[in-house]
Write a protein that binds this ligand. Structure first.
Ligand SMILES: [Zn+2]
Length: 92
């Protein structure tokens, strides 16, 4: 067996996703009525305690979707990390 992005994407737990999002600047998530975590947006803005909890993670598909600001979908955690780092680096 070898590790690839898709394998990692499929094996990440919600707890691990949560740790990564907190590293990227979200607070601990809220949950929607289906039990999916909703994080503070870090996909189109810098981390801030006032950011809205509009970045949803869907564990069944492993997708992220922003419901404000950029309105983007991210096919996996890697795409989201790249975008967040890009934004945060731009303000260094
Ligand atoms: Zn966004």
């Amino acid at each position: 067996m070898y590790l690839d992005k898709d394998f990692i994407k499929q094996s990440l737990t919600i707890e691990e996703i949560t740790k990564l999002l907190i590293e990227l600047g979200s607070a601990a998530p809220l949950t929607d009525r289906n039990g999916n975590p909703k994080f503070q947006t870090i996909c189109h803005n810098l981390p801030n305690q006032n950011n809205s909890f509009k970045l949803y993670y869907y564990d069944n598909t492993k997708l992220f979707r922003c419901y404000t600001g950029c309105g983007e979908s991210f096919i996996d955690i890697f795409e989201l990390i790249e975008k967040a780092i890009y934004i945060q680096k731009g303000y260094e």
